[in-house]
Design a protein around this ligand. Structure first.
Ligand code: GLN
Length: 197
């Protein structure tokens, strides 16, 4: 059964996320409204500017409804980059309104100006025995603290840059900017496990 996976279509690489989802056998759906949200069994929040994304999400009532679905029915959400900031319980520095669902503390733009954008290869054991993952960081946040229910999935220079907690998955980098679809596959598998399909 193809699961409907939403891509929050406010900012960011919506088309690339949809392509990656289609390649791993999911049915990608653009999400802008509560009606769209009700059609999907999981949601990806792309990178962008977290303050802007949060403001537009709040206007549509999406923040409350996503929180409700995560608490009530283990709704799977994958937040990348700005999406990581939106999922964080706490944010260092100026912090936008957010979902606040993951027990992590994010430091926005933690890599500073010189290292604003870079690409590296990450060892991600949860993806199996394949090659390292080509990870693109763009003005990325860091996870500077995390609680006992959070499982780190990848680190870069000693900092956790990918993690999960229950139905929630997050990465500080952009997995849609390379041709590698394994993280999207991992998220879709997670959705299937939760739905038991
Ligand atoms: N630095 C951005 C923010 O604070 C996130 C950057 C990104 O999503 N690529 O929202």
């Amino acid at each position: 059964m193809a699961v409907n996976i939403g891509v929050l279509a406010i900012q960011g690489d919506v088309r690339e996320h949809k392509n990656h989802l289609a390649q791993v056998g999911a049915n990608p759906v653009e999400v802008r409204t509560l009606e769209d949200l009700s059609q999907v069994q999981g949601l990806i929040i792309p990178g962008g500017e977290s303050t802007t994304i949060a403001m537009l999400m709040a206007e549509e009532g999406l923040i409350d409804q996503i929180q409700r679905r995560v608490w009530d029915e283990q709704f799977p959400v994958y937040g990348t980059c700005a999406g990581l900031i939106l999922l964080s319980k706490d944010v260092i520095g100026s912090s936008p309104a957010r979902l606040g669902l993951m027990d992590i503390v994010a430091n926005r733009n933690a890599y500073g100006r010189q290292l604003a954008s870079f690409e590296t290869s990450l060892r991600i054991p949860a993806l199996g025995d394949g090659p390292d993952f080509p990870a693109v960081f763009i003005r990325a946040p860091q996870i500077v603290r995390y609680g006992p229910e959070v499982i780190p999935l990848a680190t870069f220079e000693g900092q956790v840059v990918m993690a999960e907690q229950g139905s929630l998955l997050t990465s500080a980098f952009h997995p849609e900017m390379s041709g590698d679809v394994r993280i999207h596959g991992y998220f879709v598998d997670k959705v299937r496990k939760i739905l038991q399909v």
